[in-house]
Design a protein around this ligand. Structure first.
Ligand code: ADP
Ligand code: MG
Length: 213
């Protein structure tokens, strides 16, 4: 199948998760290097383990809805990743999954789901905007998607990916107030947050899949 999908169905959602697994594989060393600078150097290996498990769990899963795919992916991340990012991403994908229990979602429904994912991260991690976490990429990403929602899935997800990537860059001058990086205090300034970087990657792979790339 080629071209941009009209709706986000189970097939496209699975394609997103598999593209994310490939992206994580390619970015693992970079994510680990970012985490080595302000954390414990395991973000790339955490996500690689998690998304390999997701790809395995989705193989052969008979999922009727995008929600079923995301619930399975979220559960798998929670159970396979020991670091903070596993439960955070797992909860986000589960919250998205609960919001997407129809066979196919349009841009308005995906906007609601992305916001539900952000809310789940905020609930679990209690991070505010500017605390130098994945929230600083997810929040602008979800906001940009919602703003561009009327233009359809492909355009909205492209706007979201660009906003999330910019959001990840804005973490460089921030001082970390949550997670391991916060132990460094002012020494966390000047480094890009690994979790915000992987969130930008998730948004980018969503845009790629929804553009039919
Ligand atoms: P750990 O910190 O347990 O080693 P990872 O290295 O896999 O876990 O993930 C680190 C990333 O998790 C950080 O870069 C940050 O973006 C994110 N993170 C950590 N704590 C929080 C939190 N309380 N809220 C949101 N995101 C967080
Ligand atoms: Mg770490």
């Amino acid at each position: 199948m080629t071209g941009a999908p009209e709706g986000l169905d189970a097939f496209t959602t699975r394609a997103w998760m598999l593209a994310a697994a490939v992206g994580v594989e390619q970015a693992a060393d970079e994510l680990t290097a970012l985490d080595a600078a302000i954390g414990d150097g395991d973000h790339g290996s955490n996500l690689r383990r998690g998304f390999r498990a997701v790809a395995e769990a989705l193989d052969g899963l008979d999922a009727p809805t995008p929600g079923a795919v995301l619930l399975k992916a979220g559960m798998t991340l929670i159970s396979s990743v020991g670091g903070a990012s596993g439960p955070l991403y797992g909860s986000a994908l589960r919250a998205m999954g609960k919001a997407l229990d129809q066979p196919s979602a349009d841009a308005a429904q995906l906007a609601v789901a992305l916001t539900a994912g952000l809310d789940a991260v905020r609930r679990l991690g209690a991070a505010q905007d500017g605390d130098k976490t994945m929230v600083d990429a997810w929040a602008p990403g979800a906001a940009a998607f919602t703003e561009a929602e009327g233009k359809g899935l492909a355009a909205a997800s492209e706007a979201a990916a660009e906003a999330a990537e910019l959001g990840a860059l804005t973490t460089v001058p921030m001082q970390a107030r949550k997670g391991r990086a916060s132990y460094l205090g002012e020494r966390s300034v000047g480094h890009q947050d690994p979790g915000a970087t992987s969130t930008a990657l998730l948004f980018r792979t969503l845009a790629d899949v929804l553009a039919g790339r």
